[in-house]
Design a protein around this ligand. Structure first.
Ligand code: SAM
Length: 339
């Protein structure tokens, strides 16, 4: 009887049609709940408060400043169901999933970014489409954007090391240096070289200084708060200039002028290395492009071939764009200033 009833239910589900779309929205909805949940667990301070060891609900409420203890307990039960916390019947502690979040800044920043501006784009898209407002993520969220960009580090690292080993630069410049990871990589790969990092965002500048200090490279590097449009040639030009994950913030019509001004910072024979997400039909690329186009200012992802043409127009000699990781729209283009 029960088997017959289950078969009837299954048949009803299939007959209703649109099963694929219904399953997809359920799967996507559950992923959205997990994302919001993880972000809230960090934002409320619950995960960090549990990092010190197991505590009761009452103690946890005191630590995170929650007055709604019953509600906090219900929230903790959701976190337990998601594998982030564990309940021994008396006290709450971090489960393996929660420990993995607490100890990894890239995971923290990703929760913040995806639950925040990445999905906020679609929540508020109506107002942007209606022309009422533009987004200000790039201006206001530079710190978290720089932290999330660390996800690209392993891919960028290999290309950077190769470029540094081939060119043995004595002076390197990292434009829009974010957390300073690539500047640190270049300096580590070029012992004795000096480096300059510039970024407009105060948090990013502080992060970059900390990265360099942590890696024992502060003595060979300066990090300045400056806009890439205001860079002027220094007395001693650079052998290598890196423009990683930033060219898309510059309006297309201004890119040749920017690339030309960066070329002028190079010694003859020096290299400008541009790393960027390129415009491709992939979902992640299309999403990022929309996010950029919805900002104040005129931002958009570059087409890799157009970028090569712009580098040439700026007086540089560009190589073919290199895909940096299979299946991703991340490309690197190196261009040499003719000697
Ligand atoms: C996506 S992050 C990339 C950081 C780093 N280059 C990387 O690849 O990990 C972009 C960085 O560029 C900085 N930025 C944006 N507009 C800038 C400008 N006009 N001048 C200098 N830095 C800028 C942001 O503050 C942010 O730190």
């Amino acid at each position: 009887m029960a088997r017959l009833s289950r078969a009837r239910t299954l048949l009803a589900l299939l007959r209703a049609g649109n099963l694929r779309a219904r399953l997809r929205v359920t799967r996507d909805g559950q992923a959205a709940i997990r994302l919001g949940l993880g972000a809230a667990a960090l934002d409320t301070g619950v995960l960090d408060a549990l990092a010190g060891g197991p505590v009761t609900t009452a103690e946890l409420a005191r630590r995170v400043g929650a007055v709604e203890e019953e509600l906090l307990a219900a929230f903790l039960r959701v976190l337990a169901a998601a594998g982030l916390v564990h309940d021994d019947g008396v006290r709450w502690s971090l489960a393996a999933g929660g420990r993995a979040v607490v100890g990894d800044d890239l995971v923290r920043a990703s929760y913040e970014a995806f639950a925040g501006f990445h999905t906020g784009l679609y929540r508020d898209l109506g107002t942007v489409l209606a022309g009422w407002s533009r987004r200000r993520d790039v201006v206001e969220r530079g710190g978290v954007i720089a932290r999330v960009s660390a996800a690209f580090e392993p891919f960028v690292d290999a290309v950077l090391r190769e470029t540094v080993t081939a060119g043995a630069p004595r002076r390197v410049l990292d434009v829009g240096c974010g957390a300073g990871l690539q500047l640190a990589t270049m300096l580590a790969a070029a012992p004795g070289a000096e480096g300059v990092g510039v970024d407009t965002d105060e948090d990013a500048v502080a992060l970059a200084r900390r990265t360099l200090a942590d890696r024992g490279l502060a003595g060979r590097a300066r990090v300045l708060r400056a806009d890439l449009r205001d860079l002027v040639a220094e007395e001693t030009p650079f052998d290598l200039v890196l423009l990683a994950n930033i060219v898309y913030y510059v309006p297309v019509g201004e890119r040749v002028a920017l690339l030309r001004s960066l070329a002028e910072l190079l010694v003859p024979g020096g290299t400008l290395l541009v790393v960027t997400t390129a415009a491709t039909p992939q979902l992640v690329s299309r999403h990022f492009d929309l996010l950029l186009r919805a900002q104040e200012g005129a931002m958009e992802l570059p087409d890799a071939d157009v970028l090569v043409g712009q580098l040439r127009e700026a007086g540089l000699d560009p190589a073919e764009p290199r895909r940096m990781a299979p299946g991703t729209p991340l490309v690197a283009v190196s261009a040499v200033r003719p000697g």
